[in-house]
Design a protein around this ligand. Structure first.
Ligand SMILES: [Zn+2]
Length: 224
């Protein structure tokens, strides 16, 4: 089910308080319009009825698509991440968890809205986010090697409307460059690493840079 509530928010422009819908949980099978609204971020856009100003509000929520069997918790705090993991564990004997285990659900926890939207872009393109994280990590290593000084580069997968895929590199929020990912290269990576990917554990929902680092240092050494 979807869960939403009305909150009073203060417009950062005029300072007046107005109502705004905040979603704790979005089930896109029940609210199909939210599928697009999350992706284009309009779900988080507050239009001030007093001054007309527009502001994006950022908050954690659960994104659930039962048809695609995807559940992504965007946790905007450690507490929210823990609560979600506990809720999954506690639902051990419940129907939902059985569904998750038996029907090959993809369950993830991310720590920013941009990361949530990135995951959706990966899944929408029909790709395995673990292969994408492996590729992103390789791109990161190459970038750090070539560029002597870099400030915490952030890498995001991107798939354009034309289906062209790439990894975009940002530093301090500024776009620096990109590294293309064509279908052939993806296939090659999937063939090389696919059978090394462990069966996903219930607790292994954080598929990110750290996961890719652990996976590659654990497996590539063994391979040599
Ligand atoms: Zn206002």
């Amino acid at each position: 089910m979807s869960m939403k509530r009305t909150e009073n928010v203060k417009c950062p422009h005029c300072g007046k308080t107005s109502e705004f819908t905040v979603w704790d949980s979005i089930n896109t099978d029940i609210d199909p319009d939210m599928e697009k609204a999350v992706r284009d971020r309009s779900a988080f856009l507050f239009h001030c009825p007093e001054c007309g100003d527009e502001t994006y509000f950022d908050y954690g929520f659960l994104y659930h698509n039962m048809t695609s069997k995807i559940m992504i918790q965007y946790a905007d705090s450690d507490e929210m991440a823990e609560e979600f993991l506990d809720a999954i564990k506690e639902s051990e004997n419940m129907e939902m968890l059985e569904d998750i285990v038996n029907n090959d659900y993809t369950v993830r926890v991310v720590r920013s809205r941009n990361r949530l939207i990135e995951k959706l872009m990966i899944f929408d393109a029909g790709l395995d986010d673990r292969i994408i994280e492996i590729y992103k990590f390789m791109v990161l290593l190459k970038y750090q090697k070539e560029k002597e000084e870099c400030e915490d580069p952030e890498l995001y997968f991107y798939c354009g409307d034309d289906g062209k895929k790439a990894v975009f590199i940002y530093e301090s929020g500024e776009y620096i460059c990109s590294s293309g990912l064509d279908d052939g290269l993806y296939k090659e990576l999937a063939e090389r690493y696919g059978n090394m990917l462990p069966e996903m554990q219930k607790g292994e929902m954080f598929i990110d840079e750290n996961w890719a680092y652990s996976f590659l240092t654990g497996n590539v050494e063994e391979e040599q």
